[in-house]
Ligand binder design. Structure first.
Ligand code: SF4
Length: 266
C-alpha cells in the first residue's frame, strides 16, 4: 500500500513540474506570435509620421505639374476599348482586378456582336461567359453584365444613366466605375482612383490617403478645374508607364523635381 501511495505522489510531482516548465514556453510562443503584429504596427506608425512630415504641394506646384502633363499629352485617352457609353460601362465592370489589355482582348469579339443591352441579353449569360473566360472572375462578371443590362432596360430606357448614384446602383458597378463612365462618356470632371492613381497620389504627396476615396477627394481638392477633365488619365498613364509600382522611372519623370517621395531615385 505504501508503495502505491509513493508511486502516486511521484506521479503528481512530475505533473506539477512539467506544467511549471511548460508555462514559460506558452508565454514565449504568444510573444513570438505577436511580434510581427507589433512590428507592423510600428512600421505603420513610422509611415504615418513620415507622411505627416511631407510638405504639401503649393497651388503653383500643382499647376506646374499638370501644365507639364498637358504639354506632353494634350488629349490623353483611356486604354479600355469601347464603342459607346454602354460598352464602356461593361468594359469598366470587366476590368476589376484585370488589365485593360486583357479586357480589350476579350471585348473586341464580344462588342462586335453585342453593343447594346438588348443584344447582350439575347446572347445570354453562358455565351457572354464564353467570350470573357480569359478575364479573372469571369463567371461573376458575366452574371453582372446580364443583370446590369436587364436593369438598364427595366429602369433607364436601355441607356446608361448620368448620375453617380444611378450608375452605382447597377450590378458590378462601384464608385470607380461611375467616375470613369461619367468622365469618359459624359465629360464630367470626376477622378476615378484605380491602383495607379492611388499610388501616384500617395507617393508624390499630391493627395495622400489611406483609401481610394480619400485620395479621390484629396485630388479633387488640389487639382485646378481646368485640368480635371483629363487629370484622371494623366495620372493613370503616369502610374502605368513612369511611376511604376516596382522600379519607378524617376530619371525620366516629368515631375521629379516636384515629387515629394523620399525614395525617389533622382
Ligand atoms: S519622381 Fe519617381 S516616385 Fe516621384 S512621381 Fe516621378 S517616378 Fe514617381
Amino acid at each position: 500500500m505504501a508503495k502505491i501511495i509513493r508511486a502516486q505522489r511521484a506521479k503528481s510531482q512530475r505533473a506539477k513540474t512539467s506544467s511549471v516548465r511548460s508555462a514559460p514556453k506558452t508565454a514565449s510562443a504568444k510573444t513570438a506570435k505577436s511580434l510581427p503584429k507589433l512590428a507592423a504596427k510600428k512600421a505603420a506608425k513610422k509611415a504615418a509620421k513620415k507622411a505627416v512630415k511631407i510638405k504639401p504641394w503649393t497651388a503653383e506646384e500643382v499647376y506646374e505639374a499638370f501644365s507639364r502633363f498637358r504639354k506632353a499629352n494634350p488629349e490623353p485617352k483611356g486604354e479600355l476599348e469601347h464603342l459607346n457609353p454602354y460598352t464602356l460601362l461593361v468594359a469598366v465592370v470587366l476590368s476589376a482586378q484585370a488589365t485593360d489589355a486583357g479586357v480589350n482582348k476579350a471585348t473586341r469579339a464580344l462588342f462586335a456582336v453585342a453593343d447594346t443591352p438588348e443584344k447582350m441579353i439575347a446572347l445570354g449569360e453562358e455565351t457572354v461567359r464564353d467570350y470573357i473566360k480569359t478575364i479573372g472572375l469571369y463567371r461573376n462578371k458575366a452574371k453582372n453584365v446580364i443583370a446590369l443590362s436587364e436593369k438598364l432596360i427595366a429602369e433607364f430606357g436601355g441607356e446608361v444613366p448620368r448620375t453617380r448614384a444611378e450608375i452605382e446602383s447597377l450590378p458590378g458597378a462601384g464608385r470607380k466605375t461611375a467616375n470613369v463612365v461619367l468622365n469618359m462618356a459624359f465629360g464630367e470632371r470626376t477622378m476615378a482612383v484605380d491602383t495607379h492613381v492611388f499610388r501616384v497620389g500617395n507617393r508624390t504627396g499630391l493627395a495622400p490617403g489611406r483609401t481610394p476615396l480619400e485620395v479621390e477627394l484629396g485630388l479633387e481638392k488640389v487639382i485646378p478645374s481646368e485640368f480635371m477633365l483629363h487629370a484622371h488619365h494623366w495620372l493613370i498613364l503616369h502610374g502605368r508607364y513612369t511611376c511604376l509600382a516596382r522600379g519607378p522611372r524617376c530619371e525620366v519623370c516629368l515631375i521629379n523635381d516636384l515629387c515629394r517621395w523620399p525614395e525617389k531615385t533622382v
